[in-house]
Structure formats: C-alpha cells, structure tokens
Design a protein around this ligand. Structure first.
Ligand SMILES: Nc1nc2c(c(=O)[nH]1)N[C@H]1C(S)=C(S)[C@@H](COP(=O)(O)OP(=O)(O)OC[C@H]3O[C@@H](n4cnc5c(N)ncnc54)[C@H](O)[C@@H]3O)O[C@H]1N2
Ligand code: MOO
Ligand code: MG
Length: 422
C-alpha cells in the first residue's frame, strides 16, 4: 500500500528544521584569507578613530584666535616655524602668530586649534624667514578632525555572523585584526541519485540526462559560504545508496541527496531513512515546487532529501538548507529577506499549495517589479538562469495579474531576515 503523506505548511517545516540549528566553532585566520568568510565574533574598536587630532587638509595649523581680525583689508601674517607630513609629529609648539605647514593626515601640533587650507593662503619671505598670509578669520576647531569623532574605543562596529566585505576588511585592518575570528565552514556532503544520470562530459544516450543538480547544489552551497563535499552520483539501488549515505554521514556536518524522495518504485530515500533509524521531520510540504522535500535527522545530523526535479531541488535548498547554514555562520538573520514587489506579468495558474515562483527582479523608475524568470515547472532548469528571487504566491488563490502586489524572497542578498514567514 502506498504510504499516505500529509502536507505541512512551509513555515512549520522550516520551524522543524531550525530546531536542529547549531552555531559553528570559531577559528582564527589571517586577514589576507578572510574575504567572504563569516565573522565568529563581534568586531570592537580597539582605539579611537581618529586616534589623534589631525588635519583633513594640506595647509597650515594655526591658533584660530590669531586670525579673528583677519580680513581683505587686514591681512594677517603667520611665521611658518615647521613643516610636517602625515606620519610626522611637530616638535615645536605653535605660539601666537606662528603656523606649522601641515599635510593631510598629520597630527595637530601642540598649541594649534585650526587648519587653513593651502588654497586660502599666500606665502611670502621676509628677512630670510617664511611667512604665510590669510585674509579671513577662522574659528577654533575649523578643519580639525578630532580624536574619536569617527568612532570611540570599545564600540561594537560589526556583529558576529556578518560576511566579510571590503568595508569590514578595512575596519579589521584599522583595528589591528591580523588574525580574524571567523566561523569554521560546515562541510555539506552531497550525493546525486538516479540511474538516468550521466556525467557532464558524457554524450546523451536514450533515456539518460546529464546530472545538473550536483553542480547546481555545490554552487548554492558555495554561495552560502559553506564547503561542499561531492561524493558523486548513485544508481537507484537500495543497498548501494544505503551504504554510501551511511558512510558519508561520518565525514560531513550535513548531508544533501537529490532525487529519490517521492513515491516511485526506485525512490529509495524513504526506505534508507528507515533502515538508518533516522527520524523523518517531514516528507510532504504544502508548497510547489519541492512538495516532496524530506528532511531527516540522524544522531543530531540533518539529512536533506531534496527532490530530483531541478527547480524543486533548487527551492528546497534555499528554503531549508540555507537558513541552517546561515545559522551555523552565527547569523542573527538566517532566513531569506522578504520584500514586497509589483507583479510585472500575469500569473493565471491557480495555487492549491503555496507556490515559490523562480523570479527575477526589475528596478524601474523607483519601483521594484518582479516576474517569473522562465517556465514555472518543477522539472525545468532554464528558469534558474536569471533567478534572483522567489515570488511567494499563497496557496488557495486563483492566480495573479500584472500590477498585483506580491511578496518576494531575495536570493542574492546578505542581509537575510529573522523570520520571513507569516
Ligand atoms: N505519483 C506521484 N509521482 C510524483 C509525485 C507524487 O506526489 N506522486 N511527486 C512529483 C513531484 S512533485 C516531484 S518534485 C518528483 C520528485 O521526484 P524525486 O525526488 O523522487 O526524484 P527522482 O524521481 O529521482 O527524479 C525526478 C526527476 O528529476 C530528474 N533528476 C533527478 N536527479 C537529477 C539530477 N541530479 N540532475 C538533473 N535532473 C535530475 C529525474 O530524471 C526525474 O525526471 O516526483 C514527482 N512524481
Ligand atoms: O515537489 Mo514537486 O517539485 O512539488 O513539483
Ligand atoms: Mg522519483
């Protein structure tokens, strides 16, 4: 007798999976290797920035009070007593009507409290001495970047769980993080199942297709920042698949399989979970595509049984595996970010289940539009080419038309969300 499967709502399925979410361990790596990795700890300002009062311009450091009476008709002369570039520190103190020629980034000399830009000065020589002349007054603090005005020592600047981008890397360098605390990458094992599968370099033969899921999923794994361990493809043979999956489990943090989760004669994953003694969290979700996506747990490890159909496989990964990986990377917003957009094409198909339409976003005249990125079928691969988002069309609806407001999950976005489900 065919086993009866009861579909559960998507948010319930995600909730079940997230019960097993765990944070990855921290490792320290060289800042040179840290691009795109996830921070395992908060990044804290180890000193004020700027660390000293400094000049933002090339010019002259003066005492502002000496300039108060300067005007077009009353030019004021300052004796230039020293010259400093960035990295140098003045040895002399600025006294009344004295100036230090100063370059951008150099520390303010003692006694000075304002900087005059080079363009507003004239230089003259008198009795073998250098002078500079100004024709307008300056206030105390004019053109001085004061210590700590950008950030104060002790401020948390970047929270753990953020992916390191060029800006974060600059901040790491600023505060002396030669070794960066990052989260160790989880190893995501992968098997593609299916007797019909050919390798990428094989010629097509009758009844066979090339294995695209393995390549797609490794790419999706890499997009999350995790490590992929592809074990190869398996023929639909219960014993072979069982042994391979059992052995693989000890080498990975999570295991993904594609195919074999439905009710066909050669869909062996349900039998394999049973044989393993794994507990199945769910095997039917009220969604399209990916309704047969199955997640099981064995000794605390999650096994993601993604559908064989490419689009269903793709969606299953993004909705269930990705948040687990993002959580592992210490994210406080491990789920996909959800935004509202305006439908740019009719979508007349009825939705008995919640539909996740592979979509592309369009920015047009200040509006966010969305349309399907190709044929909306579970077994389609070409609609994934331009897929940067998933349009959520709720179950029990009759179809949608141009201009309707819809919710969209963003796939190529680092921000994420705490929980996008209603
Ligand atoms: N009687 C029913 N039949 C089906 C049901 C159902 O509820 N009752 N569900 C359908 C749905 S929905 C989906 S989705 C698929 C799921 O199938 P499986 O996960 O069991 O996957 P397979 O049977 O192994 O393959 C399905 C399809 O995908 C192709 N495939 C498989 N692996 C790959 C790969 N690595 N690269 C590219 N394409 C792959 C495979 O050739 C099949 O065409 O079941 C429906 N059937
Ligand atoms: O799981 Mo199937 O992809 O619903 O189409
Ligand atoms: Mg099948």
């Amino acid at each position: 007798m065919l086993e009866k499967r009861d579909p559960i709502p998507v948010q319930e399925a995600v909730h079940h999976v997230m019960k097993y979410a765990a944070r990855g361990e921290i490792e320290y790596i060289s800042i040179d290797q840290c691009d795109q990795r996830y921070l395992g700890d908060d990044i804290i300002a180890s000193h004020d920035v700027p660390p000293f009062d400094r000049s933002p311009y090339d010019g002259f450091a003066i005492r502002a009070e000496d300039s108060f009476h300067a005007s077009q008709s009353n030019p004021v002369e300052f004796e230039v007593i020293e010259e400093i570039g960035a990295g140098q520190v003045a040895v002399k103190e600025v006294k009344p009507f004295q100036a230090v020629r100063i370059m951008t980034g150099a520390q303010m000399p003692k006694g000075a409290n304002a900087v005059v830009m080079l363009e507003l000065t004239k230089e003259i020589e008198k009795d073998g001495k250098r002078f500079m002349v100004i024709k307008r007054p300056f206030k105390i603090g004019d053109n001085v970047s004061y210590q700590g005005t950008e950030t104060k020592k002790g401020t948390v600047l970047v929270e753990e769980g953020r992916r390191i981008n060029p800006g974060i890397k600059a901040v790491l360098a600023t505060f002396g993080y030669a070794q960066v605390p990052v989260v160790k990458k989880p190893i995501i094992g992968l098997y593609a199942t299916g007797t019909e599968l050919l390798d990428v370099d094989e010629e097509l033969t009758p009844g066979k297709i090339r294995n695209s899921n393995a390549y797609m999923i490794t790419s999706q794994i890499y997009r999350t920042g995790a490590e992929a361990k592809y074990f190869g493809k398996l023929e639909d043979d219960l014993e072979t698949c069982f042994q391979a999956i059992k052995n693989a489990l000890s080498e990975v943090d999570f295991l993904i399989t594609t195919g074999g989760v439905s009710v066909g004669d050669y869909d062996y994953l349900p039998e394999i979970y049973k044989k393993l003694g794994a507990s199945v969290l769910f095997n039917k979700i009220a969604m399209r595509p990916g309704s047969v996506t199955t997640v099981a747990e064995y000794n605390g490890k999650l096994l993601f049984g993604l559908s064989g159909n490419p689009s269903a496989c793709f969606v299953g990964f993004e909705l269930f595996a990705r948040p687990i990986i993002r959580y592992w990377f210490h994210s406080k917003r491990p789920h996909l970010q959800k935004v509202k957009a305006t439908l740019h094409a009719d979508f007349p198909k009825a939705n008995p289940f919640t539909r996740f339409v592979r979509s592309k976003l369009i920015f047009e005249e200040g509006k966010l539009l969305v349309e399907p990125s190709g044929l909306d079928k579970s077994n389609v691969v070409t609609s994934l080419i331009d897929c940067d988002s998933l349009m959520i069309l709720p179950g029990g609806t009759r179809g949608f038309s141009v201009g309707d407001e819809v919710e969209v999950l963003l796939l190529e976005n680092e921000k994420g969300s705490e929980w996008p489900w209603n």
